[in-house]
Design a binder for this molecule. Sequence first.
Ligand SMILES: CC(C)=CCNc1ncnc2c1ncn2[C@@H]1O[C@H](COP(=O)(O)O)[C@@H](O)[C@H]1O
Length: 176
Amino acid sequence: MNICVFLSAADLDERYTRPAREFGELLGKGGHTLVWGGSDTGLMKVVADGVRGSGGKLVGISVEILRELARPDTDELVIAKDLAARKALLLARADAIVVLAGGLGTLDEATEVLELRKHGLHDKPVVLLNTAGFYDGLITQLRRMDEEGFLPVPLGDLVHVADDGAGVLAYLERAV
Ligand SMILES: CC(C)=CCNc1ncnc2c1ncn2[C@@H]1O[C@H](COP(=O)(O)O)[C@@H](O)[C@H]1O
């Protein structure tokens, strides 16, 4: 499977790096390909190290302004002309999308794929990996949108939440 992962470009502590590395290792061991932003920084580097170290493939979709931060050992590196084109390419190259802990860039990417799914513009599964309860606040907000009529489709049709990497892959193997 080509699995697109959105996650932080920042250097974070072990609470976040360990699950990111373990998830990368699971992807590699499962024979999957990581499709991601391609930068050699923060959790983006950690997950790619996990995939690379366990025999998986790396497809980086970077962008002109970040070209010099791109990881040198990708199996394929695409340089998009701008951030909007990059998001479209990331989605186009994925069979499924997994969101790990991240900041505004990750939130922007996650809400875009959910919004496109809401409109039926793609049907790829989207999974939130809720490391250390990082997304508890977002999940509370999404549930409120669902319960109070803000969503035209049930929340469960848009996104699945998993507590660990094994849970993500078990879900994706059923869903894809
Ligand atoms: C230190 C530095 C300038 C790193 C380079 N910065 C980046 N490199 C590649 N993708 C990025 C970068 N910043 C944001 N993104 C995109 O947004 C997400 C990370 O943003 P954030 O750290 O969650 O908000 C990633 O999934 C990635 O696709």
